[in-house]
Every structure is written in C-alpha cells, then in structure tokens.
Ligand binder design. Structure first.
Ligand code: SAM
Length: 239
C-alpha cells in the first residue's frame, strides 16, 4: 500500500510510522510512505505557504497553490486510483469500520492542515473525504495522519504476525475487547482468572465473550445498540 502525506512537517509523520509493526511493514515493503512539503512548491524567496484570512480575525490560512502543486506531484507519482483525505476536526469521525475500508485501498493521500486550516476552495476542489480523529483541536493534521497510517497499516495482510489478533480487537465486532493476562499466574496484584488456564476452549471463548459484553455495557453502552448480538449474547449479558 502507498500512502502520500502532504504536510509542512512530513518527517514528523514518517517518524511516527517508523516504530513497531508499522515500522517493520515499511521495512518489508508492505507499506510505502511518501512525504510532500508544500513549502517546496511555494513561490518567492520566503516560500510562503500561508496568508491572513479574508474577513479578518486571528491566525493564518494555508494557501491554495503550494498545496495544489504538492497534491498534483503526489497524484502523478503513482497511476493507481487514489483517495484524498483531509484530516480535519470537522470531518467524519474515524472509526474502525472506516479504517477497514481505507485498508482495502492501494493508495491514499493524507492532507495535513496547520494554522486555521486550508483555504476552503482547495478542500472543495481536491478532497474526497474529511476525517477527524476526535472532538478536540490539534495544532496540525500530522498526528491525525499518523493515527490513520498506524490504524490502517496494521490491518494490511502480513503486517501483524497473527492476523487473528486484529479481528479480536475492540470495535471489530462492535464490542470492546476482553481483558488479557499473562505470566505469572499468581502475583501480588492478583490471580489470573482460572478459566483461562482450564484448557477448555469453549469455556474460555464464553468467558471472553461475556467479559467483552460486560465491559461494553459498562464503558460504552451505546455500542451495544449497533452490535449484532445473538440470543446467547443476550443471555450472557443478563447473567
Ligand atoms: N480552525 C480549524 C477548526 O476549528 O475547525 C482548526 C484548525 S487546526 C488548529 C489545524 C489543523 O489541524 C487542521 O487543519 C487539521 O488538519 C488538523 N486537526 C486539528 N484537529 C484535528 C482533529 N481532531 N482531527 C483531524 N485533524 C485535526
């Protein structure tokens, strides 16, 4: 998969994606990241990428032309169809379902704003989708782009050692994940639930499902409204 990032700080995004499973995906050629800096496409000796907002008010707005030229260069670098995403607090919330959809694509361009944001005309003309990573405001889109890259890359074939582990994660089936334990069995902080050492796979699966249901009911009850629950799930929830 190829992801192009348009940002005033493309190295920052590359650094965020240089560690752990996502970093290894890059080393193994499963993910190729390319940064494009609008400043490299800006005119004049100051290489200006922003200007004051029409109508007055605080802050600066990113200029159309350096962004447009960066986008054109990124698009031209690979002929595969590409979706252009602007990371924005005004975008649709990023969900695991959206991440799965993005991970099924071969190319993405992630556009990172700074200052007060990007001239709206560029957004209207070039952007396919706006995505937000939460209801708060960051100083730039780079961290949001890094979040998208991380969440998407780990779903690509071959990136995780055990692809099953992604399927069991929170949100994949509409529920939060169950709790996890490892050695030692006995610790001053507590004992591992005995069912996990029973060797009975059906009991373990039932316990995990019940934990996932209980946690979801307790922490994110609204998720249960959308989750496809079976009769057995309802019984576990009521137990
Ligand atoms: N004036 C904008 C608004 O209130 O909607 C906020 C601009 S913000 C300071 C600068 C840039 O950070 C945005 O253009 C966007 O790229 C990025 N950004 C900020 N918060 C974000 C969020 N929650 N999700 C995704 N990107 C975000």
């Amino acid at each position: 998969m190829r992801i192009d990032v348009i940002s005033l700080f493309p190295e920052f995004v590359a650094q965020c994606a240089a560690f752990g499973v996502v970093g290894r995906a890059g080393e193994r050629g499963l993910l190729s990241l390319h940064g494009w800096n609008p400043r490299d496409y800006a005119e004049g000796s100051y290489r200006r990428v922003d200007d004051r907002p029409f109508g007055g008010g605080p802050g600066m707005v990113m200029l159309i032309d350096p962004l447009r030229a960066s986008l054109a260069a990124a698009r031209a670098a690979d002929p595969a169809p590409v979706k252009v995403i602007y990371l924005s607090p005004q975008g649709a919330p990023l969900t695991q379902a959206k991440v799965r959809e993005l991970a099924s694509r071969e190319r993405l361009i992630l556009l990172c704003g700074r200052y007060e944001g990007i001239d709206e005309r560029l957004v209207q003309a070039e952007v396919d989708e706006e995505l937000s990573i939460g209801d708060y405001v960051l100083s730039g889109g780079e961290l949001a782009a890094a979040v998208v890259i991380d969440a998407v890359a780990r779903l690509r074939d071959g990136v995780l050692n055990d692809a099953e582990s992604a399927v069991q994660d929170s949100f994949e089936d509409g529920l939060l994940d169950c709790p996890h334990y490892t050695r030692p069995v006995e610790h001053e902080l507590g004992t591992v639930p005995p069912v996990l050492m029973s060797g009975n796979h059906a009991d373990i699966a039932r316990w995990r499902r019940q934990q996932a249901l209980g946690r979801t009911a307790q922490r994110r009850p609204e998720l249960l409204d959308e989750a496809a629950l079976s009769k057995a799930d309802r019984r576990l929830l009521d137990a």
